[in-house]
Design a protein around this ligand. Sequence first.
Ligand code: NAD
Length: 1632
Amino acid sequence: MAADTTTAGAGRPLELAEVERISILGAESIVCGFHLADYIWNDIFRSLAAASTYVLITDTNLARLYADKYQESFAAVWAHVNPERKAPRLLVHVLPPGETSKSRATKSAIEDWMLGEKCTRDTMVLALGGGVIGDLVGYVAATFMRGVAFVQIPTSLLAMVDSSIGGKTAVDTPAGKNLIGAFWQPKRIFMDMAVLSTLPAREFSNGMAEVVKTAAIWSSDEFDVLEASAEEVRAAVLEGQSGGSGSSGLTVASRSAAQTQLLRVIAASARVKAYVVTHDERESGMRGLLNFGHTIGHAIEAVLSPQVLHGECVAVGCVLEAEVARRMGHLSEVGVARLTRCLRAYGLPTAMDDAALVRLVGERRLAELKPKRLLDIMALDKKTVGAQKRIVVLKRLGATLEMQPTAVADALIAEVISAGVLVQPVPEQAAEQAAAVVVVPPGSKSISNRALLLAALGKGECRIRNLLHSDDTQVMMGALQAMGGCEFSWEDDGNTLVVVGGGGHLQVPPHELFLGNAGTAARFLATTANIIDATDASTVLTGNARMKQRPTGPLVDALRANGCKIDYCERTGSLPLRVHHDGRGLPGGRIQLAASVSSQYVSSILLCAPYAREPVVLELVGGKVISQPYIDMTIAMMAQFGCRVERVAENTYAVPAGAYANPAEYVVESDASSATYPLAFAAITGTQCTVPNIGSASLQGDARFAVEVLRPMGCTVEQTATSTTVRGPPRGQLRALSLIDMEPMTDAFLTAAVLAAVATGGDTDGVTRIRGIANQHVKECDRIAAMCDELARFGVATANHADGIDVHACALGSLKPGVPSVHCYDDHRVAMSLSLLACVSPQGAEIRERRCVGKTWPQWWDVLARDLGAPIAGADPAEETSAEDAKADVAKADASIVVIGMRGVGKTTLGRVAARALGLVFVDMDEHLESEVGQTIPEIVNGAGWAAFRQHESRLLAQVLTQTHATGALVVCGGGVVEEEANRRVLQQHRARGGPVVCLTPNMQHVAAYLNRDRSRPAYAVTSDINDVYARRLPLYAECCSHEYLVDKALLATGNAGDDDERPGAWAVIERDFVRLLRFASGRDLNRVSLAHPSFFVSLTAPDVRAYLPDALPRLTAGAHAIELRADLLLHAEAFASADLADAGTADLFVHYVHRQFTLLRHFSRLPVVFTVRTVPQGGAFPQSADALRMRLLHSAVQWGAEYVDVEVDSLAPALYAARQRSLVIASFHDPSGTRLRWAASECEFADEILARARACGDVAKLISSARSWKDNVDCLDFVERNHSAEHPLIALNMGYEGQMSRVTCPCLTPVTHPLLTAAAAPGQISVAQVHQARALLGLLPAQRFALLGTPIQQSPSPAMHNAAFGALGLPHTYRLLETAAADDEQVAALLRAADFGGASVTIPHKQTVMRLLDALTPAAERIGAVNTVIPVDDGKGGRRLLGDNTDYLGIVDCLRQAQLDCTGTADGRLPAVADARALVIGAGGTARAALFALHTLGVRSVVVYNRTAARAQELVGEFADLFDSLGSVESLEQAAEAGQLAYIVGTIPGCDLMIPEALFAQPAGVALDMAYKPRWTPLLEAAQKHSGWTVVHGVAVLVEQGIHQFEKWTRLTAPAAIMGDAVYAQYNAQF
Ligand SMILES: NC(=O)c1ccc[n+]([C@@H]2O[C@H](COP(=O)([O-])OP(=O)(O)OC[C@H]3O[C@@H](n4cnc5c(N)ncnc54)[C@H](O)[C@@H]3O)[C@@H](O)[C@H]2O)c1
């Protein structure tokens, strides 16, 4: 230490700091201290060679803070040192801060400036700044005049401990960082710790990464200090930031404890670097050690820089490289855990998916950290020798394996940096040969926490072994230390914790006790804090946001009642708590506690009770005591620490006063849940495994697993009081357990389920039914649903129950081939259990999120590979197969569809139509049975009786669904099929395998009427009224079905539901929508909104959708991609205005009402439905008290096939998510106050948490806040940018007028309103048109040009139609005519190539010739052989492709479908079903081709073509024959009529003057459509309209419909159809 204060000479007295010097390269040239300015100049002037000019180079940040001080000090010190001599020059040069300054250009600029200033060889250059300034200025000094004297004054922590030491200088080039530079040693390095007070907090952490790294490779003592003093070191820096005293630290005496610690830590780190540099200046060996964490860290930095800082990347690199060391068997898990926590304590990220990194760069960027890319970057690393990568391998904290980096195989690095892990099958022989293994799983968390508290309060020394190293235990230790109750130290490489107990003498901690989200610590310490011995003081216990929501109320109540003084600082009932110390401590005596919420309250009081003033008698009151085993555990452990608790009565415990006597050693029992994995490994692979420290005496529930699950499954289990050994039966011989209650060991059910998946041994039915695990629906994820989904990937069928799971075992050889990719839902137990199945599955499995095991057993993969012998490798799960796809996998899109429901509802009719539409084999079980048995059903029933009939039915059903028609069929069952238990099981199993089972729900009046007419089936027993039968069967249908379809023609009765007049064509709509549901249920067409572009859903607000039918609905859905049905708003319907939803009957009525509403929407719109039941607290109308009904509605919506179901992020969400089938769940959260959901990075903790929860239980997250100021919109957008991606879609916006902007920028599924809706669904909601107008103004929606190509086109209504549509939706686009006779003339080519080209319509004469200009055709355009629409599409490479499409045929299809509905027919007959109808096409040109394709699309099977030139008709027939059962040409129209009655006639000849024979209209009902629209009444339509049963369709209607399709393909928006129609008709009517 040097101390000097001199007042000699003139001016102010000098303030010469007391400093510490460090030696480097043989000289003590590193100087550390506080407030060094005077010291620096004094040292330079006195000790270094004199210079003519001093050049101080710094950046603007530092110049602002320190330049004046250095200049002033320069003059003052000179005056002292050389009072008589003129001062030399001090030139100051200031650069912009940041890495960009570290360039060749800046270097030249500095040099030019110095030359301009006439600096000579005796110049001294000083670098005042961080590493950027030091590296750059050092390089300037190294080369200026071939090298001038150089001094470093590092101001960032990183510069102090790293960049300023060692003489490496450099600048960056575009080719890479630090590529040009030199070694140039500074004469002095002055580290002024006082300047750290102005360093941004993040830069402080950045530097700490190097400090921690250095300790980790060099000194375990230093590491211990860093680990223990994170708070102090931070405080030393922060203290300064909050002002501090002006010169504190200048002298040793004036330093605070924190400052002393800070100096010590930095000096120690600098000393190591100096030592290493001294011994290896040019980095040929030992200096490579300093690169610990840098091999992987640099690769990460290369991808994430500059948003993520160097030290942050190194921190992640250190943890990963430590994991490499652990994987190699050198470093213990304790070492990895301590390193990780230490880095975290200094505010550093520690994993590649660290939340801090997500905040900094967003998930998309993070996803770029692919193992292959990182390995490629590492290959270029300077440390790589040849092809071999090198990593500094830690032996333990503070020591490395070698004195240089160690060569490590790529595969090993890949394994550690991969997100996933590939577990390969364990070869059977290898397993047999393997010796019996012993595995010690990590310590139990509950026991670890108790042991820590007991030993800390006890007297004497206690060595705790197998302590769990987790955040929770760390928090507990930190708090106990802060209370001064004990001393902790590590032995045995950190594997043993030595606790010197304080005998219960606790002090007031120096700061608040921050307990994170550690629930156990919070509860235990809430009592502990009361025994602190102090007066007039208090202790605050606080935690993170989640902790502040968790309850502590009952415990605080009990303590207060006992006389403790405790205040809630924020929310009543939760942390933060302020415990006041008034010298009374914990009074004790009789304490009453409500113990039905958490057993931790009980343990908390029991553990502290010996230190109460009076002996405690604890009485548990208030209902059933929860988790008694944990209370027993506490009492047993207290006994091990010398305190015997007496149970004096049921739920009453007496605790004697006195201190705990610490046992010399305490071994924490392993976690029994974790122990199930190695034991199950033995079971499933037929090997042997011992867990040496869990046995029959264990107090952990899961300790029973071996005896109660593994033994009955066929394993040999030997258990002593303290150990368990399991030997599995030969592979494939585990036995299923028909029913097992796992209530006492719920966490172990996943392990059991995995064993059950292959339990085909013995003579069981192979189904294991696990029950008693309802809580597992709401753990880290919905574990039951997760296991169902993930086992499905192995080909294992399961059934998900409210309180359990059924697992259908699959023979080992029958597990699905291929490598299943398992999703773990970030749940350690899912990952570990399924990794066991991977060990025996044919090609293993990829576990996608390997790191999730870190929660309880971070080294599980090492154990699995090293100890248990499973071959594992890194896996980079590239393509995310969604759970949806996985289910679809099992469902094998072709699993047969089963239709069930009451007889008479239309099963056979609908089934036939659907089978044809989907290309499935149609199987009617009744017919099948009759043909198999050789008798009609009435014959069987009358002869052998109902029972015999049912027997046949059961046998055949099982046969059909599991053997003959398991796939590729549509199977219609008899109405009573569900009456038999066996049949229900068959149906449920089919459903579990992913096969849709669709129940048709009838309008019972229709069924009764039908059955009265139908005499072909045996009657129901006289006594049973049909309604009774229905009522009885209803729940049975529900038990079996996956989907439900309402068949109710009355709904379509003239749009006025309730009126039973059947509307003709209604059945066609019912058929269409049934097919639509089946397409959805079987995964053929999920009708989802593409989330790659902005999209909208319009929220309906009326209590009855009929308010919008039929006309308003299409208008108000214009521009929208989906419709939201707000079931809560339907409660406003008159019938339910004052209804009591708790009444079961009313609830039934409401569900039925909602079903009818849903079905109506289906019948009138093809848009996907977002089904929502918004509760009152979230801004809706649904009472929160009616949760059961809400759940029922949401479930029903899934079964009705709602494409999206919105569920609020709450307790219902996980169960709904598990049961969502094909629907997507929108997990939503609304904050009408705008105070909780905040978006800005600095205050979004709650939003992040809700988002994580929403993602755990939803496919789309929806977070809605309320704007308090306009800026909230900017923050919201920022939040979206950080968190939204196509894979993880996020709807986020602000309600209210000020929040409207956020609706403009919402990335997908933006809720919108429409002027036709009387009320908006939420405040601030705007329309699609408004969003577009705003986007256009903001430059987010560039105007595009569209055109019609062809000739003659002057009278075309297309411009009017499309421009009206653009206008209605607020789009800035324009559509014009481009009259041209040659499709490929200049103008056309220019238009198509233009950047703002939006699309074109094509008409005669270019429909074929235009193809030459296009890049691709749609299949329809290709088949038809004509293009009428050109669509520019992204080519995925930043360019565009021109796609030719044909919407003419779609226009025809739509018009014919509409006509089917409009066709009233006559008393004599109605329009036949399409499959039975014949059609005539007149003409054989391009339009006729579209017409034929349209008829095929519609489902017509028999068509004739007439053309004047018969040869062309024949040609056409030849080309399209494959599309129809019968397609022929006729010579005349009369001949067409003679061949059979026609239901559809399509004219395609413009200006046709044919004679239309009356005979064409022989069928009483039909549709005539003429594509020609000039004149309005063509001969065909003239003739047709004379027949009252015939419906005519004008060509202009087709024009509008095809235009609508064009518009939608161009804009991806739902067209404003009505407005387009209005525009066309206005022009058309004026012309014709
Ligand atoms: N030469 C070496 O051996 C070596 C070793 C490690 C890193 N580096 C180099 O160091 C550079 C990074 O250094 P860095 O992290 O110090 O970055 P930096 O120099 O950019 O400093 C970080 C930021 O903190 C500001 N700052 C620094 N000290 C401050 C203070 N006391 N008060 C207020 N603001 C302050 C700076 O103005 C800057 O904005 C990189 O270019 C890296 O390549 C070199």
